[in-house]
Design a protein. Structure first.
Length: 189
């Protein structure tokens, strides 16, 4: 009887499920991102930072404007503290014009984008800030964004129904923080 009890106890020990490999997670992410979604065309202005949305700038943290796409960012918000010539500065996305530059975390087109550790993917700085799984390899340069392999797309932020939904999981609209500043946030899930 003791052997049966020990055998039963040993069978109750939980076995951790095998974690998918990095290659499998990357494939799953890229497959998910190929799903169709409705893009959001935001109006970006040179009057306020595309990351923090503040209008003010300071001697130590100027608003700089990309010479090509006209996106405005604070030096500290974008990781461009060492910029000396404000008139010829080019954002990271415009440095590589041959690559498709869209945020992989939200449907908003344009904005303050940074590269990720997955060669073809880009993220808005704000989107990266509001995803706990995502961080930047360099806090000073704020790039590349890391952790996209670990994203769980089921934990999402709902925005007002007037917003255009992005990707969907089980017919649930997903939307990210940069989109939400245009409408009230209704609930976390």
């Amino acid at each position: 009887m003791l052997q049966v009890a020990e055998s039963h106890a040993n069978s109750l020990v939980s076995v951790k499920p095998k974690k998918p490999s990095l290659k499998e997670r990357k494939h799953k992410l890229l497959t998910f991102l190929k799903e169709r979604y409705e893009p959001v065309y935001a109006k970006w202005t040179t009057e306020r930072c595309a990351v923090c949305r503040w209008v003010e700038d300071w001697d130590y943290n100027k608003i700089i404007i990309c010479n090509r796409c006209q996106i405005a960012v604070h030096q500290e918000c974008y990781g461009a503290k060492n910029v000396k010539d404000f008139t010829s500065w080019v954002c990271k996305a415009c440095e590589t014009p041959d690559i498709k530059r869209e945020c992989c975390l939200c449907p908003v087109k344009g904005g303050a984008l940074k590269p990720t550790d997955i060669h073809t993917l880009w993220v808005h700085v704000t989107c990266a800030w509001f995803r706990p799984e995502v961080s930047f390899a360099s806090d000073e340069k704020m790039e590349p964004a890391l952790g996209l392999h670990y994203l769980n797309f089921r934990f999402v932020l709902f925005a007002s129904k007037s917003m255009v939904p992005a990707h969907s999981v089980a017919n649930v609209p997903l939307i990210s923080m940069p989109c939400a500043h245009q409408g009230p946030v209704t609930e976390w899930r």
